[in-house]
Design a protein around this ligand. Structure first.
Ligand code: SAM
Length: 287
């Protein structure tokens, strides 16, 4: 028997079942056992924990996740892969949902397992074409997932973790960092995937904040201002806000000065905390 997670295992399994790798489902399988082990050991889990895996594929990562002793709940969309996964992993600690992760009620699926867990984390080599919707679904819909470790394209990981005044910093960076503590846990070269993607990848760790460090009075206004602030990167913050929110430019400049910010500042200079203060300062002007 070849080892699950090796290139030989992937090729043999595809041949045996007469199936092809499907680009439409973002299938890039990991082929390096050391990397698979390293990813599986990123979260601190025990046999009382639950790991949710989005897209187990042919089970390379699933095998390592089960070896940690945790229970694993997988979501797989591909009809061809579901019977293979069921055949490969028969342990009680493994459950598989055949379906589109984006369409599921995650917290209900976890409750349906009828087990108590000390923590629920996500570990996944994501289908890249839906990275952002998956991340937002977890952040917005689940109240039980506290940590995630997700492989994504390095460029996207850099945006998630981008710091002010860098080229990777944008509205997405602020949103993610407002909701989570995020950092790049490891980078992964494109050469360890089959098929090989065009770019390198990274696993990012996101610890979801129960109590946010900085909280605006009105979250809707905070996000409205954030989106408008980065509308045109070359323009100043005051220009972007006055154009998109129909506000008086000189009034905005005055408010920026009240916050100790330069009137001609650009959005990329503002920290999450600055955006929270800006939201509270402009709240009365925005309906
Ligand atoms: N975990 C495997 C590995 O690391 O080798 C496969 C990772 S591959 C990048 C992404 C997996 O997600 C594929 O198995 C694909 O079929 C599955 N997938 C794609 N879209 C999905 C969705 N919306 N819901 C659930 N699974 C999905």
């Amino acid at each position: 028997m070849t080892k699950i997670g090796t290139i030989t295992h992937i090729k043999e399994t595809l041949k045996k079942h007469n199936i092809k790798i499907k680009k439409k489902f973002g299938q890039n399988f990991l082929t390096d056992l050391n990397i698979l082990k390293k990813i599986a050991h990123l979260p601190d889990v025990t046999d009382k924990s639950l790991i949710i895996e989005i897209g187990p594929g042919l089970g390379g990562l699933t095998k390592q996740l089960l070896d940690t002793g945790a229970t694993v709940l997988g979501y797989e969309i591909d009809n061809d892969l579901v019977p293979i996964l069921k055949e490969t992993f028969k342990a009680d600690a493994f459950s598989l949902i055949h379906g589109d992760f984006l369409e599921r009620n995650i917290d209900q699926d976890v409750k349906a397992l009828n087990k108590e867990f000390d923590k629920v984390v996500v570990v996944a080599n994501l289908p890249y074409y839906i990275t952002t919707p998956i991340v937002f679904k977890i952040l917005e819909e689940s109240s039980i997932i506290k940590e995630t470790y997700m492989m994504m394209q390095l460029e996207v990981a850099k945006r998630f973790t981008g710091k002010p005044s860098t080229k990777d910093y944008n509205a997405l960076s602020v949103t993610i960092q407002y909701k989570t503590d995020t950092n790049i846990a490891m980078t992964v070269p494109k050469t360890v995937f089959i098929p090989q993607p065009r770019v390198d990848s990274a696993v990012i760790q996101m610890i979801i904040r129960e109590n946010k460090k900085h909280t605006p009075n009105n979250e809707n206004i905070f996000f409205k201002i954030l989106k408008s602030s980065f509308r045109q990167r070359r323009k100043t913050l005051a220009n972007n806000l006055s154009n998109t929110l129909n506000l008086d430019k000189s009034a905005i400049k005055e408010h920026l000065q009240n916050l100790g910010l330069k009137p001609n500042i650009r959005a990329e200079k503002l920290s999450v905390k600055d955006f929270v203060h800006l939201s509270d300062e402009l709240e009365h002007l925005i309906s």
